[in-house]
Design a protein around this ligand. Sequence first.
Ligand code: ZN
Length: 259
Amino acid sequence: MAEEPISDFGFRISDFKLEGGSQPAIRNPKSEIRNLFASVFRELKPRTTRPDFDIQFRPFADVNHTIRLREGRVVARLSDLLQGAPPPVWEALAFILLCKLYRRPVPACHEARYRRFLGRKEVRRQVELVRQARGRKHLDPPQGAVYNLERIFQELNARFFHGLLGMPVLGWSRSRSRTMLGHFDSAHNTITISRLFDSQAAPRYVLEYLMYHEMLHLRYPVVHCAGRRRVHPAEFQRDEQLFPRYQEVRRALKALQLQ
Ligand SMILES: [Zn+2]
């Protein structure tokens, strides 16, 4: 009986517009949802020893969920916006998360059910309120018209960081900003890329460079030294110049901002 390899990776679903609702509260959501994850696991992997499940709702600023395997346990953190959702929606979410964790395709019926729930008007309104109240900035989903930011992040992560960087929430800005090309927000753990680059006219390597720069912020956090804040410390700047065609990219960006 094969055990799942122990790994420690996380992922987020950040592109769902939330839902909410006035569902009746479930008496013991914690044990109910644990049982639900366990039964979905059994369905997906009937021949594998069932791991322990640590499932908790968290007051994330958006409809985010994370799941990971840690020391043989499945650890999931779910947006509390889903706490009042009806059990079939939890079940759909359990399928989505466990399929992602075990790299299986998500059954279309569960994906659809979950999205339908999030698409409800009252749910969307609640999500909006939570976003405002919890101070979350709006990001458009990582899948753009031309480029997918999560795919680019993963490719760069493998190419330059040995795949070691945890993926933050990635998204496109709403406007095609020329002044804010890319931005890493450590408070919200987000990388925003200007919508300007989600275009056939934007060379992929320039977009990759922007993402690479923001990823270096993950790699090298801000240094506080003698009361000064160094956002781009020396190691950051050294690594930045390792990017292929670095000078060419810088010139392309400068030209773009001068347009
Ligand atoms: Zn920077």
